[in-house]
Design a protein around this ligand. Sequence first.
Ligand code: HEC
Ligand code: HEC
Ligand SMILES: [Ca+2]
Ligand SMILES: [Ca+2]
Ligand SMILES: [Ca+2]
Length: 461
Amino acid sequence: MKNSLLFTLLLLGLFSCVKDDINDTSTSIPDKEARTYAGGKTTIFANTSFSFDNPAPNLSSDNLAMHLAGDMQFEQAFVTAPAAVNPGLGAQFNNTSCISCHPKDGRARFPQDINSNSGFFLRTSIPGTDIHGGPNPTPGFGGQLQNHAIYGKTPEVKFTISYQDLPVHFKDGTTIILQKPIYGITDSYIPMPAQAMFSPRIGPPVYGLGLLEAIKASDLLKNEDVLDENEDEISGKANRVWDPVSKTHQIGRFGWKGGAPSVMVQSAGAYHGDMGLTSPLFPHEADAGQTNGSPLALSTPEISQEILDQIEIYCQTLAVPAARNLDDPMVIQGFQIFEDANCVACHIPKHITGIIQGVPAISNQTIYPYTDLLLHDMGDDLADNRPEFLANGNEWQTRPLWGIGLTNLVNGHTNFLHDGRARNLEEAILWHGGEAKKSKEYYTDLTKKERTSLLAFLNAI
Ligand code: HEC
Ligand code: HEC
Ligand SMILES: [Ca+2]
Ligand SMILES: [Ca+2]
Ligand SMILES: [Ca+2]
């Protein structure tokens, strides 16, 4: 009895020894603890359908009060003036509230009906630039096409869409058919200039943005390699865009081409272009080209500076969800593939934030957003062929990947990329071309199990 127990114990010991050895050879994810706290001290642990809609847990009481006020503003639906509450919508607009395009502070799904009230719209411009080097507004239409209007007014256009099949072949014989959307316009209120270019965009998630804003410009510029001097075929470039607040050029950090320098400018721009609401930052109605709207500055902007300040703090201080399952062997293998496929060249895992005056919660944080915030040529299939400041028609800004695995739980869909064309994470990878072509090919050469592991890693961060 005694002996056989000893024997069993020995066996067990041996077994666990062997098991430990297996664990040791499969590398664990380095900095696991720090990666779990993807947003530093702003991180929250909440795997629910509201994972994106939480104030950072470390906010000062002043900032929290502003955040909560901004939360309310983010949800306000605007209506035709005059009205007792939230007047001033339009005359032309794409949607009526921030939340309708950033549902639960996450991302909008690709609309079934391209002209429904959705998180989708087309930007527009003609060749050349404006006085600040930005997109040259399309005469009569400005920089964005509004496909809705208040009662009695005319939308600028309606959008059209058709699809082209793009087969992708894997080394193991699997084929996947991507659907390439081809956009157009119809029913324009005046003829569309023939040279007009269009760029499709969908509402991205809005958590963690203050942290991205707080990364020092000098740290971002260190990762630039405009002339590809290290010859890895990857040439990140920061966008430099006009900042109407400081009236200088600044690094572009927000929007799918990095076209906005700050949360403030992006948000005031959204009130203006997406909803037709004037503010101290954009005092003229967006529909300046139309005879049916007033291009004049209103004596009182439709959105006050106070609301802009609240909405800014709100978008700056939404908590980042913690990474999950980093001990799962598949996730660990996926991490290794993420490195080996050189996804990390653009989706740079780690950054350290500088200081944002008045918002200590997002200052001096070690974060894992998985982006370089730089522009990259992503190939012809993904191109919009429309420049935006330094971004050419093939370039897009590397997206942060933190929290991306919670998209389905929060938003009930998995539509990714700048216009929501990818129907799942795998398709998002398969759309990568240009500078990311090698990474894409690394992926299509993997076995099914390895591909699943990489997707498991994306779903865990
Ligand atoms: C009609 C849909 C729509 C509405 C309404 C809308 N947004 Fe957006 N939002 C977008 C799209 C599309 C983008 C990407 C823009 C681009 O690429 O230039 C975006 C980008 C952003 C970003 C930058 C996110 C990032 O990671 O780059 C912020 C911040 C933002 N919106 C805040 C707001 C706020 C605040 C409001 C309300 C005042 C609002 N949005 C209203 C569609 C919308
Ligand atoms: C050359 C730079 C580069 C490389 C390398 C790269 N990416 Fe990307 N990635 C981007 C850019 C730029 C976008 C945004 C493209 C767009 O929206 O059209 C993006 C978008 C994504 C998205 C969708 C994000 C969103 O919010 O919709 C995922 C997922 C993704 N990349 C994963 C990967 C993986 C996995 C790899 C490695 C196999 C990889 N990327 C390699 C630059 C890169
Ligand atoms: Ca208005
Ligand atoms: Ca317009
Ligand atoms: Ca390079």
